[in-house]
Ligand binder design. Structure first.
Ligand code: TYM
Length: 333
């Protein structure tokens, strides 16, 4: 059975963008595959952050993921820094990754553009991501569209390591397994939904917060008044979210009513809000309950990390000897 790996940064809130782009799909995959999901705190520190809140944000992310439906009986959930082998494999991959490939990465270009001094960690970020995936020899990696370029680089890193050292052990070249909804736009329709842009609906928002955020969301610009007929395809946010949250018969009704000006945009948003709230309310409830039991959540993460350290050691025990490095007794890990 092919192993699935994916990760999420604890810096961003869990919002409907990363929920639809990745996490909702992870919940489905855990019934079909052996799944490992990492809260990637070592990635998060490549951006400005406050060390005082990082533990809390990491725990919050775990609460959100469990509330969204990840089940520790079906999948492994862990925090990246609790498995030091990620950093070891990253260093190894540093030695086979061309700097030119890293400089080509869109995310690197975007994030470094405004910086006077660029930390090497920002450039090397995708190497750590490749290590995350290949440490578990994962064949499938469910991510949103913005991460596809990093997966292609992970594949290239695997290919280069294999070509140089791989005989007979070989890394699988990770396969991008894309989610149904690949890129969720923010409520302002200007860019992808992302906490740093303030254009999100949080997974744990209250019904009132959801409605307050949805009400001003951008719709088809051709519909200036209620009587103007619209085109759902030109309504980048609300229609996309209807398709993600509303049942097919409601989506069909939305299309009809938009084209015939049967509803105003606000009516359409109200129907959407009802479906978003219906899906998110139980998640919010579970999160509130989990927040009362932080030690249980920490126990789940500790058990996940223990399992991951074992799997990671299996991979490193193949990697090091092939690179001519004999390892001391590592039972202390
Ligand atoms: P991160 O934390 O930015 O996002 C987590 C996942 O959510 C997806 N996503 C979205 N999908 C659609 N529309 C959006 N608006 C949206 N916003 C976020 C992302 O594509 C991602 O799948 N580098 C990764 C984390 C990572 C990782 C890994 C992923 C580290 N190691 C190994 C896979 C495998 C990141 O920053 O994701």
């Amino acid at each position: 059975m092919s192993r699935v790996f994916s990760g999420i940064q604890p810096s961003g809130e869990l919002h409907i963008g990363n929920y639809l782009g990745a996490v909702r799909y992870w919940v489905e995959l855990q019934d079909q595959f052996e799944c490992i999901f990492g809260i990637v705190d070592l990635h998060a520190i490549t951006q400005p952050y406050d060390p005082a809140n990082l533990p809390e944000r990491t725990l919050e992310m775990a609460v959100g993921l469990l509330a969204a439906g990840l089940d520790p009986a079906k999948c492994t959930l862990f925090v990246q820094s609790q498995v030091p082998q990620h950093v070891e494999l990253m260093w190894i991959f540093n030695t086979v990754t061309p700097v030119g490939e890293l400089e080509r990465m869109t995310q690197y270009k975007e994030k470094s553009a405004s910086l006077e001094s660029i930390p090497a960690g920002l450039l090397n970020y995708p190497i750590l991501q490749a290590a995350d995936i290949l440490l578990y020899q994962a064949g499938q990696v469910p991510v949103g569209e913005d991460q596809v370029q990093h997966l292609e680089l992970a594949r290239e890193i695997a290919r280069r390591w294999n070509a140089r050292f791989g005989d007979p052990f070989r890394f699988p070249e990770p396969m991008a397994l894309l989610t149904g909804t690949q890129r969720i736009l923010g409520l302002d329709a200007r860019a992808k939904m992302s906490k740093s842009l303030g254009n999100t609906i949080g997974l744990l928002d209250t019904p009132e917060e959801i409605w307050d955020k949805l009400r001003p969301a951008i719709t088809d610009p051709a519909r200036k008044t209620r009587k103007d007929a619209g085109e759902p395809e030109r309504c980048p946010v609300v229609y996309q979210l209807h398709r993600a949250f509303s049942p097919p018969e409601v989506v069909a009704e939305v299309e009809r009513n938009c084209r015939s000006a049967g509803w105003g945009c606000l009516d359409c948003k109200r129907v959407l809000a009802d479906h978003v709230i219906a899906e998110l309310a139980p998640i919010r409830e579970r999160a509130l309950a989990l927040k009362q039991r932080p030690d249980d959540v920490r126990d789940i993460l500790a058990a996940g990390a223990e399992r991951c350290r074992k799997l990671a050691e299996e991979t490193l025990s193949l990697v090091y000897p092939q690179m001519g490095i004999s390892r001391p007794d590592r039972r202390f890990l």
